[in-house]
Design a protein around this ligand. Sequence first.
Ligand SMILES: NC(=O)c1ccc[n+]([C@@H]2O[C@H](COP(=O)([O-])OP(=O)(O)OC[C@H]3O[C@@H](n4cnc5c(N)ncnc54)[C@H](OP(=O)(O)O)[C@@H]3O)[C@@H](O)[C@H]2O)c1
Length: 324
Amino acid sequence: MKQSPADADWMAVAIALSQRGRPVSAPNPNVGCLIVNDGKIHGRGWTQAGGRPHAEAMALAAAGDAARGATVYASLEPCAHASPRGPCCTDALIGAGVARVVVAAQDPDPRTDGRGIARLRGAGIEVVTGVLPTEARAAMAPWWTRQTAARPYVTLKLATSLDGCIAMRDGSSRWVTGEHARAHGHLERARHQAILVGRGTLAVDDPKLDVRLPGLEARSPKRLLLTRGIAPPGWSAVGSPEAIDGIDSVLVEGGAGAASAFLAADRVDRLLLYRAPILIGGGKPALGDIGLTGLADAHGRWRLADSRLLGSDRLDVYERVREG
Ligand SMILES: NC(=O)c1ccc[n+]([C@@H]2O[C@H](COP(=O)([O-])OP(=O)(O)OC[C@H]3O[C@@H](n4cnc5c(N)ncnc54)[C@H](OP(=O)(O)O)[C@@H]3O)[C@@H](O)[C@H]2O)c1
């Protein structure tokens, strides 16, 4: 049951593959899988659109006979529950005669939750667990959040000037950031199931919120409007930050009222802060009241996860620090 020195490297590849299923694998987890025999990759898989085939099934199909005696790297414990949509991966791996299965994270779905690992071991297969679990969970954060906290994973995007404005005093905000930052924003859209703006932004900007990157046009997410009123055609109304149902990943694109509402409800898991090297002065501030009672409450909530230059703009990515 020992971890080999190469296990973390192979698992990092499986986790990278898992990102290909995000967000199209919903409602199933975006899993990545690699089948390695004699130091060579024989099969690669990731959960397909709509959730089937699973990553393991795709990798087994690619590996064919080379799966016999191989090591399988799975970013999530192989499923142990039968479904009318396909066979369970644990049985498929046993049937293929694999020798070893390395798992990053145990499946929190109560239908599997350790049963997949136990069944593989019961069939005489060596199982190693806990290889890069934090990275694997982060790669499937939307599904993981839905499973363990019964709410969507929310990313808040803000594009500001150096002095923290999201728009001029008259509300105009096209454009605060440059073309590289905006292209990155479009990539983020393609990674989410839905985009949300507040009714104020719809009124001022009438944004399309589509993905305008070559080849990714079909990945334009569903459009949500934060409003206590009614949404126009093409939009779905959301009455409060807590009221989003049946969606695992939401990108909140402002404006200040919507951003503040999500922060005040503590519904933001990840913050994308695009900052342009401009000063506006007297413009529209990025946020209103977010419900803090003192400065001490503001500290310790956010951890810098990434920082990079996009053209002349800076992107800082922060993650919400949560207990447990
Ligand atoms: N630079 C950027 O990143 C960026 C991005 C987007 C927008 N902007 C700019 O931001 C400005 C618009 O911002 P804004 O603050 O005026 O408007 P907003 O945040 O887009 O929308 C405010 C509206 O959201 C709804 N709302 C807010 N909190 C709510 C809650 N808790 N529950 C239900 N509904 C809620 C309300 O709609 P109802 O009144 O219908 O109930 C409220 O009037 C524009 O100038 C736009 O150009 C900048």
